[in-house]
Write a protein of this length. Structure first.
Length: 317
């Protein structure tokens, strides 16, 4: 027997029982159907009159992730056109989000919460369009975003550093799209970038260093962190297929979440989905050993970035 460790897209499979009840595993992110060992959520859907009640559960904790009703289902067992209240939960069973839909469009006040229970986001919607007001807070309760909008969703948005200083400001148009000139700031108050938008499309950008001088580096609104080495080779060099998993024919994909800090170091590594048998623990161990990455940037400012890395284990005979 030999084994392969890869980072790849998922294989697809389906489990269905009867015409009025559907059960299958789905992936993290794009929520495609998948094999049991690759599942992040387990979906149970059943008919309620002409509509479908859909409940998704975390595979790791077996606790509820999402509960809501859809009006329609297509031939691939994908559901659409949400109706009524939808509730989302963190793995620790604390409420994550609650929002009401009418014919697939958000309506009324939508709220999101941190894992600790504190309010993370609050916004008003009308026929799917964010309007009136939008606020967001970090886990410590510091204001992150404030937006004041009219009934058409047109207005202004302010973004803030953790110390309360303005981090960014600009105009919002219908659809919560950036428009016109947006100005972003370093935490010392100096301008970090001046960006021009039209209906959320970037037209131009000019970046500045923290001392006020023009930046000579490549400049974009968002720059994801990158490893300055072969990531696959680094994983393969240190990873070991756990004996228990190999002996019991356990394989599949483990989703590993971590933070790439502003100095590029890998922090707060944890497995958020995938099979057991030691695969989760091994994935956390090997990702924790990764050398520093090139850090990410947000509007020409170094930024801590949450990153999810899929690590797949496959047994071959």
């Amino acid at each position: 027997m030999k084994y392969l460790i890869t980072v790849l897209t998922l294989w697809v499979s389906t489990i269905a029982y009867g015409q009025d009840t559907i059960k299958h595993f789905i992936t993290f992110g794009d929520e495609r159907k998948c094999k049991p060992n690759d599942g992040y959520y387990y979906r149970v859907a059943f008919k309620e009159s002409d509509w479908w009640r859909v409940k998704d559960y975390y595979c790791n904790t077996r606790s509820l992730y999402r509960d809501g009703v859809y009006k329609h289902k297509n031939e691939k067992d994908s559901f659409y056109s949400e109706q009524g209240m939808f509730f989302y939960y963190h793995p620790n069973k604390m409420i994550m989000k609650k929002v009401r839909f009418i014919n697939g469009l958000k309506e009324g006040l939508a709220k999101e919460y941190h894992r600790s229970g504190g309010l993370a986001d609050s916004a008003f919607y009308k026929k799917g369009v964010l309007y009136k007001a939008h606020y967001a807070w970090d886990s410590a309760g510091n204001i992150k975003i404030k937006a004041h909008l009219d009934d058409e969703g047109v207005g202004e948005r302010w973004e803030y550093h953790t110390d309360g200083k303005v981090a960014g400001y600009g105009k919002i148009v219908t659809g919560y799209k950036q428009d016109s000139i947006w100005t972003y700031y370093h935490d010392n108050g100096q301008i970090s970038s001046i960006e021009q938008y039209k209906d959320d499309s970037l037209l131009s950008i000019h970046c500045f260093n923290a001392d006020g001088t023009p930046s000579k580096d490549s400049c974009s609104p968002e720059q994801m962190p990158e490893p300055p080495y072969d990531l696959m080779a680094a994983l393969a060099e240190n990873i070991h297929y756990p004996d228990f998993a190999r002996e019991h024919n356990i394989d599949g994909k483990v989703s590993v979440e971590f933070i790439v800090d502003i100095d590029g170091t890998i922090k707060d590594v944890k497995a958020i989905g995938g099979p057991g048998g030691g695969l989760r623990e091994e994935s956390v161990r090997v990702v924790s050993l990764l050398p520093p990455w090139k850090p990410g940037k947000s509007h020409n400012r170094l930024a801590r970035v949450y990153y999810t890395l899929p690590v797949s284990y496959r047994l071959e005979y």
